[in-house]
Design a protein around this ligand. Structure first.
Ligand SMILES: [Fe+2]
Ligand SMILES: [Fe+2]
Length: 139
């Protein structure tokens, strides 16, 4: 994870890395089938990540959680639309890769850099209570 993307919550940072890796895989693909396979991985990474990040926001009392969650839903539906596009006809490899690129480029710049980074202070503050709670549970 590039330092500028990091929010300091390892599971969420790893998720972002995996999503970007799947996007890179898609960019490197040579055929529509290979691109679709990478896009399916991206979609599943995104779904898991959104659930994890939403759970984190709930646990740490992030005040803008509802708006942030709505952005995740919008991105998930954008990804679904793009993923289905090759089935709807046309289906040129470069068009598909370009459509995913438009979505992901905006997502990284606007959402990960602009929104997810706002979670960083909560990740720092939340680290201590999580450890205390884990200790208490062991008793
Ligand atoms: Fe997010
Ligand atoms: Fe995120």
């Amino acid at each position: 994870m590039a330092a500028t993307y990091s929010i300091g919550q390892p599971a969420l940072d790893d998720d972002h890395d995996r999503m970007i890796a799947a996007w890179r895989e898609l960019e490197a693909s040579r055929t529509l089938d290979a691109a679709k396979t990478a896009a399916a991985v991206l979609m599943s990474e995104a779904a898991e990540h959104f659930a994890r990040e939403e759970q984190f926001m709930l646990q740490c009392g992030y005040p803008d959680r509802v708006r942030h969650t709505a952005m995740h839903a919008e991105m998930a539906s954008g990804l679904r639309r793009v993923l289905l596009s090759p089935l709807m006809g046309g289906g040129k490899h470069e068009d598909f890769v370009g459509a995913v690129r438009n979505l992901m480029d905006r997502w990284v710049r606007v959402h990960i850099l602009g929104e997810d980074t706002k979670l960083a202070p909560y990740a720092r503050n939340f680290a201590a209570p999580v450890r205390r709670a884990a200790g208490a549970a062991r008793r």
